[in-house]
Design a protein around this ligand. Sequence first.
Ligand SMILES: CC(C)(COP(=O)(O)OP(=O)(O)OC[C@H]1O[C@@H](n2cnc3c(N)ncnc32)[C@H](O)[C@@H]1OP(=O)(O)O)[C@@H](O)C(=O)NCCC(=O)NCCS
Length: 196
Amino acid sequence: MRDDRSTRVLLRFWGRVRSSLFLLPAWFAPHTRLRVAFHRLRGVDIGKNVEIGYGCWLGGVRPSHVHIEDNVTIAGASVVLDHDYAYKYTFGGSAVYGDVYVREGSFIGMNSVIYPGVEIGPRAIIGALSFVKSSIPPHCVAAGQPATVRKRVSQSRRADESQVPDIPAHVKTATSARQSDKPKHSGKVTGFVAQR
Ligand SMILES: CC(C)(COP(=O)(O)OP(=O)(O)OC[C@H]1O[C@@H](n2cnc3c(N)ncnc32)[C@H](O)[C@@H]1OP(=O)(O)O)[C@@H](O)C(=O)NCCC(=O)NCCS
């Protein structure tokens, strides 16, 4: 019994140590694969073919409560919260805890903040600078503070350039590059048609 309790205490202590120990390399390692590897060492649950930008804070105290599925992109300086102590610290109120699920193929824009307990649906896009306080359905664009659904995106068929709307000709995009030449991030499907 006593051994069980000391094992639990030791495990919790090690969890805290490793979540801080690997934080700097998880923020600043010079390649996305390295950053992903260090976020995993911190305890974040990360699938395959995931990209994580510089300076992302994924689960401050309990990284293991953050679950990122395959083919997700999290752009730089984004934050995924596993707890919120705002009322606890000010009025002695309750803390908020919750696992966060970032589902398959979704995209989190730069500087976004995801609240504890939120689920980002498969292939959802979160606009830059968003504060995501409630769960976001699949295949949509959500943005703002708090983030709300701005449009649905239906996956039609694999892209050719003519299907991608509203992108100025001078902007080089993943769809205008020949993907077959260089299959980077191969699990992702391009070619979505946005619907307001
Ligand atoms: C979310 C995003 C993909 C939407 O692009 P889009 O489909 O061209 O969207 P639109 O410009 O048509 O905007 C649709 C609506 O959402 C709003 N919106 C778009 N992006 C927003 C954002 N980041 N924050 C708040 N509102 C946003 C627009 O104002 C518009 O609102 P309206 O319908 O009331 O006029 C894009 O704005 C974005 O934020 N991309 C992420 C960029 C990024 O962080 N990249 C990381 C490096 S790869």
